[in-house]
Design a protein around this ligand. Structure first.
Ligand code: ATP
Ligand code: MG
Length: 347
């Protein structure tokens, strides 16, 4: 069986450090290892519209922003097919067929849907399109015969639902669809990076993000006002590093080289944590170090972004070409699906 990797992001704003550690970094590594047959990365505008249907401009503008983020972190269109979801007309068609295989109560029980419904304050007025998005996500995955889907932890229930739909489709119509596997980051703290406010997840919709495109001053402001341990009041006080977003970010982002470069009085993160837990280490010093680490990562990303912003035609061409190529694969799958469902009347 071919090894096909697929991931995507919703164009609801710019990509942030949570995306970077939870998914983007992983994708660039996979891309550069080259151990795959096909790799797709897509911008999920159709999905973004399910809960942003009344804000089409935000979605449209974010498509190009996300594409810029992709290219800035090092995704390479000569190795990866980057495309826009709504350009692939086979996707809504597949969604329609898969809808028959899922019950309403199963969708309502999906833990990701449940928590997002709460977060978005839909109450009992949930748009059908939104509730349906796990099914449309299954269409995204299966249209490209994806075997591997690298995601953050919040997406695991989505992948589980996709696998159920695939099994049920294959049971009824014969072996047609490929069952995908989720891959989450090895480093546990990268699976769900908290927000700068200490909330469970850094998320575009919660406004608690450090964006990949933030300038140096903005990053500094955000880091210096980050949430730490509320009981660590005086420098001498012992501090908690476990529920402390600053230390969680360091866990996700820093390495021993960063210590050599910016904080040589400590060898590694364990030594820094020890000191903080014992007392005698102030928040400001740790935050300054975190700022240096983030800058070390973001600086090269910013300069790449600048190049593509100045050559925006390249970005549009890339998306157009990628969408064309992705369309060919999805159309093949749709043909296979319709044949299996006996709705291929004139072939
Ligand atoms: P929205 O608030 O619009 O849902 P989001 O910030 O959750 O936006 P998505 O586009 O939904 O971002 O997620 C894209 C990918 O990034 C998914 O695989 C998701 O699991 C991952 N991801 C998003 N936020 C984080 C985070 N804070 N930590 C780790 N991974 C994340
Ligand atoms: Mg999300």
């Amino acid at each position: 069986m071919k090894k096909i990797i697929l991931t995507g992001d919703r164009p609801t704003g710019n990509l942030h450090l949570g995306h970077y550690v939870g998914s983007l970094k992983n994708r660039v590594e996979l891309q550069n290892k080259g151990d795959y047959d096909e790799m797709y990365v897509f911008i999920a505008d159709t999905q973004a519209l399910t809960d942003n249907f009344n804000n089409p401009k935000k979605v449209r503008d974010s498509v190009i922003e996300v594409a810029l983020d992709y290219l800035s972190v090092g995704l390479d269109p000569s190795k990866v097919t980057i495309f826009i979801q709504s350009m692939i007309s086979a996707l809504p068609e597949l969604t329609m067929y898969y809808m028959n295989l899922v019950t309403l109560s199963r969708l309502e029980r999906n833990p990701t849907v449940k928590s997002e419904v709460k977060q978005k304050d839909f109450g009992s007025s949930i748009p059908v399109g939104f509730l349906n998005y796990p099914i449309s996500q299954t269409a995204d995955i299966t249209a490209f015969d994806a075997t591997i889907v690298p995601v953050g932890e919040d997406q695991l229930p989505m992948l589980e639902q996709a696998r159920e739909i695939v099994r049920s489709f294959n049971n009824i119509y014969g072996d047609t669809l490929v069952e995908p596997k989720a891959v989450i980051p090895d480093n546990e703290v990268c699976r769900r990076l908290p927000g700068t406010d200490g909330k469970a997840k850094m998320s575009k919709s919660l406004g608690n993000c450090i964006y990949l495109k933030d300038d140096s001053e903005t990053v500094k402001k955000k880091v210096m006002s980050m949430y730490t341990d509320p009981n660590h009041i005086r420098v001498e006080d012992p501090g908690d590093t476990k529920n402390n977003a600053v230390f969680i970010y360091l866990e996700a982002l820093c390495n021993d080289e960063h210590f050599k470069k910016y904080l040589p009085e400590y060898k590694n993160l364990d030594e820094l944590k020890d000191h903080y837990e014992k007392g005698g280490l102030g928040d400001v010093k740790v935050k300054r170090f975190l700022y240096d680490v983030i800058e070390d990562i973001l600086e090269p990303i910013r300069s790449k972004r600048k190049y593509y912003e100045d050559n925006i035609d390249l970005v549009y061409d890339m998306l157009k070409e990628g969408s064309k190529k992705a369309n060919r694969h999805a159309e093949e799958t749709l043909k296979r699906v319709k044949k299996a469902m006996l709705i291929d009347y004139f072939d």
